[in-house]
Ligand binder design. Structure first.
Ligand SMILES: [Zn+2]
Length: 139
């Protein structure tokens, strides 16, 4: 579609919002090149190079973000994730349980969900498009 072509032709100056170019976000090890921070308060979720990028074979439904998970928002399908099995990889993160599912949210301002964690608390996924990216080599 023409629309996509146009989006790709825009200079990738800001990766802070919705449209992220994943190639811009990765280092040589397929890990995050930038610091991954909360979109709202810029609290750091992950330092540089902490988490691996994966594309889910099947998109996962994730509630639309709200402050403190209030209200009855809809869901959106998310395919791009930052993935880790190490809870020490996180700098700051909060979590909440909604309908027995475990969600990750900002540990400071409680914006979320930004991701999910597995039942056994050993695996974590953070939605690439729900984060903001800072640092790296400032362009
Ligand atoms: Zn925050």
């Amino acid at each position: 579609m023409n629309r996509n072509l146009q989006l790709f032709s825009i200079a990738p100056k800001s990766v802070a919002n919705k449209k992220v170019d994943k190639d811009e976000l990765l280092n040589e090890d397929e890990k995050n090149f930038y610091k991954i921070v909360c979109r709202r308060c810029e609290s750091v979720f992950f330092p540089e190079g902490a988490v691996r990028y994966i594309k889910a074979e099947k998109p996962i439904d994730l509630r639309v973000m709200t402050h403190q998970g209030k209200g009855e928002p809809g869901y959106e399908k998310i395919s791009w994730w930052w993935y880790t099995e190490d809870d020490m990889a996180f700098d700051t993160i909060g979590w909440q349980t909604i309908n027995r599912k475990k969600y990750l949210m900002c540990g400071d301002c409680e914006l979320g969900p930004v991701g999910v964690r597995s039942e056994d608390n050993k695996r974590f996924w953070v939605a690439v498009e729900r984060c903001k990216y800072i640092g790296g080599d400032d362009r």
